[in-house]
Design a protein around this ligand. Structure first.
Ligand SMILES: Nc1ncnc2c1ncn2[C@@H]1O[C@H](COP(=O)(O)OP(=O)(O)OP(=O)(O)O)[C@@H](O)[C@H]1O
Ligand SMILES: [Mg+2]
Length: 230
């Protein structure tokens, strides 16, 4: 279980990005984190993943050690190795797995995301969408208990987006999905938390919450495409 309580965060320049955020995610639950640009989604994921230090309020994992895999909003930050295959296998090898076993796992991961053809390419020469899905593979391959995903569909073509959705639907891991892609959130998540200006403005079950035009509009969001067309 992931529990966030009265979480506040102020960046070094004084900007207060989170102003008291409280919510909870049960084991195996898939929760969407939505909200306008600057509402605090990425800051919240960085704190949960331990990439930013919690100073006010708390984040707990039901008494267990944190095991969070974060995919960053900017994939360029993460790709370091000479080939995609080595990059995806890197964390496994660093964690003590043999190179051959790590590569085998990495190949399977690339295959399940439909990007096995990228295995030998240098990551820094990939297209934006290719980089994103490779960095995504590098996090998933470690099988973290909690997946903290920051805009995983941004820049993906429709088929790549669909593969990512299918993968996330099938996994039994806990998911916290920050996204502007409300249709993707509807396909994956059973609940959503709406952030607005650093606080939780609303939360509720899906699809119900995303059919509520008033709540969405009050928080800078719009109806998902599948409802907007009705
Ligand atoms: N390094 C930083 N220093 C100062 N302020 C920051 C920093 N990073 C983000 N902020 C501010 O904190 C607030 C929350 O930013 P955050 O990146 O968490 O928003 P977000 O919900 O992820 O937005 P987006 O939808 O654009 O990704 C914004 O007002 C932003 O300007
Ligand atoms: Mg963000």
């Amino acid at each position: 279980m992931l529990e966030v309580k009265d979480l506040r965060y102020r960046y070094p320049d004084g900007h207060e990005a989170l102003r008291g955020v409280t919510f909870r995610v049960n084991d195996g639950e898939k929760v969407a984190l939505v909200g306008a640009n600057g509402s605090g989604k990425s800051t919240l994921l960085l704190l949960i993943a331990g990439a930013l230090e919690v100073k006010e309020g708390g984040i707990t994992f039901g008494g267990k050690a944190a095991n969070v895999g974060l995919t960053f909003q900017d994939a360029d930050d993460e790709l370091l190795m000479p080939s995609v295959l080595e990059d995806v296998a890197f964390s496994l090898v660093a964690g003590g797995m043999s190179v051959s076993k790590a590569h085998e796992r990495a190949v399977r991961m690339l295959e399940s995301l439909g990007i096995a053809h990228l295995a030998q390419r240098p990551p820094h020469r990939l297209s934006g969408g290719e980089k994103r899905i490779v960095s995504f593979a590098g996090v998933l391959v470690r099988e973290p208990e909690i997946l903290a995903l920051d805009e995983p569909s941004a820049g993906l073509d429709p088929r790549a987006r669909r593969r990512v959705i299918n993968f996330l639907r099938e996994t039994e891991r806990t998911i916290l999905l920050a996204t502007h892609d409300l249709d993707m959130a509807l396909d994956i998540c059973t609940r959503a938390v709406i952030l607005s200006d650093g606080v939780v403005a609303a939360e509720g079950k899906l699809p119900d919450l995303f059919t509520d035009r008033e709540i969405l509009e009050a928080n800078g969001l719009e109806l998902p495409l599948r409802y907007a067309m009705l």
